[in-house]
Design a protein around this ligand. Sequence first.
Ligand SMILES: Nc1nc2c([nH]c(=O)n2[C@@H]2O[C@H](COP(=O)(O)OP(=O)(O)OP(=O)(O)O)[C@@H](O)[C@H]2O)c(=O)[nH]1
Ligand SMILES: [Mg+2]
Length: 136
Amino acid sequence: MNTETKKTVLVAVGVIENATGDIFICRRGASQHQANKWEFPGGKVEAGETVEQALTRELAEEVGITVERCQPLMQLEHDYGDKQVKLAIHKVTAFSGEPRGLEGQPSRWVPVSKLAQYDFPEANGPIVEKLTAPGA
Ligand SMILES: Nc1nc2c([nH]c(=O)n2[C@@H]2O[C@H](COP(=O)(O)OP(=O)(O)OP(=O)(O)O)[C@@H](O)[C@H]2O)c(=O)[nH]1
Ligand SMILES: [Mg+2]
């Protein structure tokens, strides 16, 4: 399929931050797109939803938290060849509940300084850069 006809999938992504500044990441499943890579939890925005509504729904479903405060961090488009995605990324700075992998996915809190050691999907490069930039 050429780029003119390829459909872009809009994805709501949450960078969940705790009081000590650590970030919560999950590992994608073996049968998912970008299998076994680490990710910031989130998922596709459904018809009729805003990005924030999708983020709230996905984070409740996947990691069991209720988003109480979030701010837009950045938006990124990436073409994987088999799939074109637009990531709408928010930083989640207040939430209730303790995040955990509700779909059986491995998950952990990671200090920002260690984020670059994890294998993320290619699209995530600029997110990790922004989070680890001096003064971020
Ligand atoms: N959640 C999430 N998706 C990402 C990230 N980076 C990235 O390229 N993606 C891509 O965004 C797309 C949609 O994410 P998803 O598979 O989580 O969607 P979903 O939760 O609605 O799941 P589904 O597969 O059950 O429909 C995937 O193609 C995935 O590879 C990321 O950091 N977090
Ligand atoms: Mg998901």
